[in-house]
Design a protein around this ligand. Structure first.
Ligand SMILES: [Zn+2]
Length: 385
């Protein structure tokens, strides 16, 4: 099962890391299965129609209000079905000492997450059925355009509007790191508008970093759990990786890929809804009791495409890593930061091949380390300038 050819002691996963990651994976699978069964159940039993009728009654026979109530029913029920697993996930982080979050704070986060999800879902679903009612012929094209516009706006607003609901951010005040970033950015011929300290430590002991936002909100966020425990050279290596995402325009490319998939998804949803109406499952396209069917189509599509999307993401990550190798003086700090991250986050360094293929958006740590070592060797062997 091992992938590494010469597993050094640091590349062997502890039973702890293996167990933690296996349980987390199963939690994800169970969560997906419950959601899937819920959608199928709604359609097969006719409960979707019952909920729609109830929504109409409570919503004074008003279509917009009924759509909202129906969606609220669905989200409340699915949250109730999934809350046990969510809680188990929270306990798991605590059990492995990866989180110091208190139950109270976790419940508050769950509540906020539910409300944010509700607001976004209402926005999307109301728009969806509005386009279906207004343009029954080409609703899916229009809905796709609106959906993508919303997606881009949200990508732009997320760092300033959504993330702060859950975490605190403040501009990085470390002069040494700022200086290093400026040098890195100049070398890249670009500049990132900001680097922020992400107060992750209030909730987790894991470390993380990311490039987020679009245009004016484009920024690199670095967890305080990383900033406070890593050497400046190691943080610089992480910064260089994030800058690699920026230089290679990975956010834009991801949005384009998303746009293509979503277009196909809306076309498939339209086809499926027409088929369902032809089969007399629903009276009309605008009957919102067909929402579970639409969600089912998009869920299946995401499932089928997951390996391909993860492969695309891993490709981007390798590109960002390579960019980091090229822009830092030595790969040694990159290697040590990777080792630290793996340990701190209890990551699997050598997951099985199929686990990596299906689940992982990042190449395994062992592969990333190997790439860095290979790069380091070629640099040392090459002609010195
Ligand atoms: Zn990355």
């Amino acid at each position: 099962m091992t992938v590494a050819e010469n597993p050094t002691p640091t590349q062997v996963d502890s039973p702890e890391a293996q167990h933690y990651n296996r349980v987390r994976r199963w939690l994800g699978v169970a969560d997906f299965a419950i959601g899937f069964a819920f959608l199928v159940g709604l359609l097969v039993t006719g409960w979707s129609g019952t909920l729609r009728d109830l929504a109409y009654r409570w919503g004074f026979q008003n279509y917009l209000l009924a759509v909202f109530l129906y969606l609220l029913f669905l989200l409340v029920i699915s949250k109730a079905l999934g809350i046990g697993l969510d809680y188990y996930g929270f306990r798991l982080e605590r059990r492995y000492k990866l989180s110091n979050q208190r139950a109270r704070s976790w419940i508050w986060d769950e509540l906020k997450g539910f409300l944010v999800g509700l607001v976004l879902a209402v926005l999307v679903v109301e728009l969806l059925y509005f386009t279906i009612r207004q343009w029954p012929q080409h609703w899916w094209l229009l809905a796709w355009a609106l959906f993508m516009a919303l997606f881009v706006v949200l990508a732009q607003l997320a760092p300033v509007l959504l993330f702060p609901i859950f975490y605190k951010f403040e501009p990085l005040d470390n002069e040494e790191l700022r200086r290093r970033l400026v040098v890195l950015s100049q070398r890249a011929g670009t500049h990132v508008r900001g680097v922020y300290r992400w107060k992750l430590s209030e909730k987790s002991k894991k470390a993380n970093a990311a490039l987020t936002g679009l245009g004016a909100t484009r920024r690199i966020i670095l967890a305080d759990t990383l900033l406070d425990n890593y050497a400046p050279e190691e943080i610089e290596a992480v910064l260089a990786h994030e800058l690699g995402h920026h230089v290679h325009r990975h956010i834009l490319k991801s949005i384009l890929v998303q746009a293509a998939i979503t277009l196909f998804g809306f076309w498939a949803a339209n086809w499926t809804l027409h088929y369902a109406v032809d089969q007399h499952m629903f009276e009309a396209l605008s009957d919102f009791a067909n929402l579970p069917l639409m969600v089912l189509v998009s869920t299946l599509l995401s499932l089928v495409l997951m390996p391909a999307l993860n492969a695309f993401s891993r490709f981007n990550e390798r590109q960002a890593d390579r960019y980091a190798f090229e822009s830092i003086a030595s790969v040694a700090p990159f290697i040590s930061s990777m080792n630290k991250l793996a340990e701190q986050n209890l990551a699997e360094r050598t997951p099985s091949k199929w686990v990596e293929w299906f689940f992982h958006s990042h190449p395994s740590i062992s592969r990333r380390l190997k790439a860095a070592e290979t790069w380091g060797k070629t640099q040392n062997a090459g002609p010195s300038v």
